[in-house]
Design a protein around this ligand. Sequence first.
Ligand code: H2B
Ligand code: FE
Length: 309
Amino acid sequence: NDVWFPRKKRDLDTFAEKVLEMGEDLPSDHPGALDPEYRKRRYDITQFAKQYKSGQKLPHIEYTQSEKDTWKVIYNALKEAYKGRACAEHLHILPLLEKNCGYSPDNIPQIEDISNFLKDCTGFTLRPVMGLLTSRDFLNAFAFRVFHSTQYIRHHSKPFYTPEPDVCHELLGHAPLLADPDFAEFCHEIGLASLGASDEDINKLATIFWFTVEFGLCKEKDGSIRAYGAGVLSSKGELEYALSGEPELKPLSLTDTPCQSYPITKYQPVYFVAESFKSATNLVRQFAATIDRKFDVRYNPYTETIEVL
Ligand code: H2B
Ligand code: FE
């Protein structure tokens, strides 16, 4: 197989034009679809992402009072729900983001500040994105320890619902865990496995990603079960539901997880529980070893390039 994949960080610039949907325009069932002011705002913010090139300073967004009000409702509700439910890493890192990156109920943080913080912690950096990328593009970026982040916020009419990633999902769900070295390594490993993989393997990796980075639960040192997936950590309702005893919990595994089907617009009927980020990383390495690929890949952090072996 000879599927193209990015070899250097700058190659990620080519993804900007290939957003699947909900980039600068919205489908008719989006909560903001009939609000011309929201659509205009959304369009303006996505243009920064469209024009962004690797290495540039990240776009600074001056959020409006209405956007800040939406953020505040979500921030306060989630902070309360995190007690006893978010994993130890998330509970440890969120206060550091409050101290160093402008996280607070009254302020929507800037991705430039978060990116600089993550870079110091794990080498991860953020770059802006217009909307949903293909699984392949989104996962390939992880091989460079790059996370694509949206900068617009959900519509104010439905603060507890969004059909797509928004700044609340990225900054409260994803960003904190990317500061954890073991979690960062896990993401990096999925990214490396995705380079040049077949469509079938990409689907399996996307499913593993779904049940870990997006909706993962994990076992704490004291044996309790907590959440580390960004989809769970950015929804008060789903966070409470996931740990309520109602959904089915299964151990994260190479036999079950990659083939599990899942709904994308309602709460998950099944969640997978990881023993630790390190064991999840081993699982991805085992999966990567089964991938039908005629070469091996390695990331060179000095040159920020992929070496093909
Ligand atoms: N694109 C963007 N911009 N953000 C995401 O969180 C995202 C994506 N998730 N594309 C992907 C798909 C994920 O659910 C997997 C890898 O398919
Ligand atoms: Fe996400």
